[in-house]
Design a protein around this ligand. Sequence first.
Ligand SMILES: [Zn+2]
Length: 408
Amino acid sequence: MEDFRLLVNECLREVLTAGVTSHRRISRYARMRALETRVTGGIGLAASQIALSLAAGHRRRLRQGIARRTPYVRTPFVRVPAKCFHFDLDTGKLRLSLRRGEWTSFTIPVSNYHRQVLSQLDHRVTQVHIGLHRVVVIYAKTPEEPYAPTSLVALDTNESSLDGVRVTSEGATFVRVLFPEVREIQARHFGRRRYLGRKKAHDRRVSRLLLSREGWRERHRVRSQLHNITRSIIDRLATDHSALALEDLTGMSGPRRRVGGSRSHSVPRSRVLRRRLSSWPRSELHRQLAYKAQDRGVPVLWLSPYRTSRTCPRCGEVSEHRRRVGTRFDCAKCGWSLDRQLNAGLNLGVTALRRTAGLGGLRLDPDALLDDVVRPLYPTGNDRWARVERTGREAISSGTPPNGSAPD
Ligand SMILES: [Zn+2]
């Protein structure tokens, strides 16, 4: 692993100093260095690929003007490509080719879940990543072909809910997915970090250690909650043969830019609100939805979020910026009035149906929706999952299995 780390760094230096961007040139260099250090050629190639991608990231950051230190790999690890190892799923024995004529093997614990996932026919193990504390088996899968949808769910992403409409051939209903837990977890950890920061203010080293640990816990817990939510949503969509419409947030890079971009109406945001918005894991939510949808063959439509929150779905009137502030959307022209978050979701639904010919059979009439009944998208039973917030000293909960906790 130490050799591999050095090899990556050597390639990285070569890439950055010589300005190499092509795979071929760096792999020639890597093969030469691998020969000199007697490392298996395939592993040398893997090192060069990693160096190349690290360098690409570094160049991109330089272009964007984010000053960063030159990348340098400090933690020993090794990435072994397919030809250089043999993995036996039944016994968990992993055999690696290290140098010419030198092999090593060790056994990794394989659970039934691993066996079930890896034994599926279209899953091919392509790489093994070995770090100091873990072994990661990387597999590739050919994604399922998206099915032809018979209904549509359009969801607007909000801070603690996804709101929108579900359109089927029988009609349309408002739907909502609530996840207040995520914010509770974040608030809890924020409070704890602040407490730790005060308590350990005299010792920078300890405080930094404890604070970063808190950060990890928070991210893990939030992520695991989001996994529960996205899995339920995609399950429901796949059984209903629905398509999913979401806002395309790429290029916005988080809510921070939005605040800067729409300065014209400059609603002053408090420090507390700014912190809440920037810690909001919106892109993680979308990332999970996107890859799970692809995995299950759920077609996803990405729509521009431009004006969704201030357009009237009935008459198309775009209201002034200022009107965004309230919790309701009121149209000055035709008198349409609706919860602002649902309204944005409804607009996404209208646009999605207008855009796609494949959903032509479906119809969305805002007036037919006026009954204002909001349904949860899947049977709510948050208590099914790991418990949410209770008392202190419970940050480990992200690993709690379902039903692992007694109800309060
Ligand atoms: Zn209107």
